[in-house]
Design a protein. Structure first.
Length: 97
């Protein structure tokens, strides 16, 4: 059965209850009770794969390059790592690489 979060309007206390949808409808008929809606947010990591790269790109307030999301592959050698860092440092809005 689903877990619902409620708030008592008189005491401002929040608490969770497990009940069916039909029970929820009956429970919400109480005037001093309101349902609290929450978002379930969790962090998923794929070890700097495309999902982590996209997540970092979306959070970055600066616009770099032409604004497109362009993922990079897994770094295989120190030279690849150096090249990636150099390219990343040179990126500016509208600058071609």
């Amino acid at each position: 059965m689903p877990l619902y979060t409620f708030r008592n309007k008189n005491t401002d206390e929040q608490y969770d209850e497990v009940m069916s949808y039909e029970e929820l409808q009956e429970y919400l008929k109480q005037e001093d009770i309101e349902q609290v809606f929450k978002m379930n947010i969790f962090r998923y990591s794929d070890n700097n794969g495309i999902k982590d790269q996209e997540h970092s790109w979306l959070k970055d307030p600066k616009i770099e390059g032409n604004g497109r999301f362009k993922p990079y592959g897994k770094v295989k050698t120190e030279q690849d790592n150096h090249n990636h860092k150099v390219i990343k440092q040179k990126k500016h809005f509208g600058e071609k690489i």
